[in-house]
Design a protein around this ligand. Structure first.
Ligand code: ADP
Length: 314
């Protein structure tokens, strides 16, 4: 089997238990919840049965331990997560839900341990063992991380490995200088592209979905997996198109759906399963994620996803 690697921020989230227009003094909160898009992705990939590793850096504190313990318990190779010896803390985010269900954040990540991520000997050993790298657009907006990710891509692609790419872009980081050209370089090396909704138009002038897909395939991207939120998902390659209908779920917390979808798809893909199967499990993993409060609480094993799908088909 192929072993997958991702690189990026690991943090905790502390979440308001009531909806409202702002945080109030002494209001109820729950957490810390393990989080960080790459961490959610890799946790889901490991839980579905893939060999999966992450390179990151946490503080020598309880929040770091919360993440290390969860990832290790779920089978992720955490040997590439450095623990800071310079007093830098694990990143954290305080989250509240607005009346319309959207989320507002107070981030404490500007000076977090992950900002000083370096290529340690342990990280290098992890890269050497891996034959696939999953790149997240958000990580490329952080200069230190971006440098390390590019070095890992050169190495893994040079070893004959493959690359999956989820642009995962928040609008506020799209204007980061150099980000667009960095993303374009990654796209040119992508084996599986996993955009969400309108992200399919990030790298094409095409005006409609079919045109965008055609353009991307013509440019040599072998596989595209389009996430459609509550409308399911589609896979495109030279051989044609495969759709998967959404599972009926009650959406409690949309955080992490795309990351769980990606972790399940790439995990199954790397284990050699056919596209239909990988897509079905990814669709179930995304739907399962939205039924749980907390970003990483919705990751699921293959057996759990089998049961989840069975409960929703007649
Ligand atoms: P992102 O978080 O990257 O925007 P999406 O919201 O598109 O990703 O969710 C990823 C996938 O999870 C979807 O393509 C779908 O398969 C599944 N999913 C997400 N939300 C729902 C939902 N409300 N009902 C059913 N499936 C969902």
């Amino acid at each position: 089997d192929k072993r997958l690697l991702t690189i990026g921020e690991v943090l905790v989230e502390i979440v308001a238990t009531t909806k409202g227009d702002g945080f109030r003094a002494a209001q109820p909160l729950i957490g810390p919840f393990p989080s960080g898009a790459p961490a959610i992705f890799v946790d889901q990939a490991a839980r579905i049965g893939a060999e999966a590793a992450i390179i990151s850096r946490v503080g020598a504190d309880d929040f770091g331990k919360v993440n290390l313990d969860r990832l290790a318990a779920d089978g992720v190779d955490i040997s590439g997560i450095a623990v800071a010896d310079d007093g830098a803390p694990t990143g954290s985010a305080f989250v509240r839900y607005r009346g319309d269900g959207s989320r507002a954040f107070v981030f404490n990540i500007a000076h977090s341990a992950c900002g000083q991520l370096e290529l340690t000997r342990e990280a290098e050993a992890v890269i050497e063992r891996c034959s696939h790298i999953h790149v997240m657009g958000t990580a490329l907006s952080a200069p230190g991380l971006s440098h390390l990710i590019k070095a890992a891509i050169v190495r893994i692609k040079g070893q004959g490995g493959t690359l999956s790419f989820d642009p995962n872009l928040r609008p506020e980081i799209l204007d980061t200088p150099g980000l667009r050209s960095a993303l374009g370089e990654i796209l040119a090396q992508t084996d599986v592209f996993l955009p969400s909704g309108d992200e399919i138009f990030l790298f094409t002038e095409a005006q409609d979905e079919a045109g965008a897909v055609k353009d991307l395939l013509a440019r040599g991207i072998p596989e595209i997996v389009l996430k459609r939120g509550a409308k399911g998902a589609s896979h495109f390659c030279a051989a044609g198109r495969t759709d998967v209908a959404p599972l009926a779920v009650e959406e409690i917390d949309p955080t992490g759906a795309g990351d769980c979808f990606g972790g399940a798809f790439v995990g199954m893909w790397l284990m050699g399963h056919p596209v239909e199967e990988a897509l079905a499990y990814a669709n179930a993993a995304g739907a399962h994620a939205v039924t749980r409060v907390g970003p990483m609480e919705g990751t699921a094993t293959r057996a759990e996803l089998d049961q989840f799908m069975k409960d929703r088909t007649r």
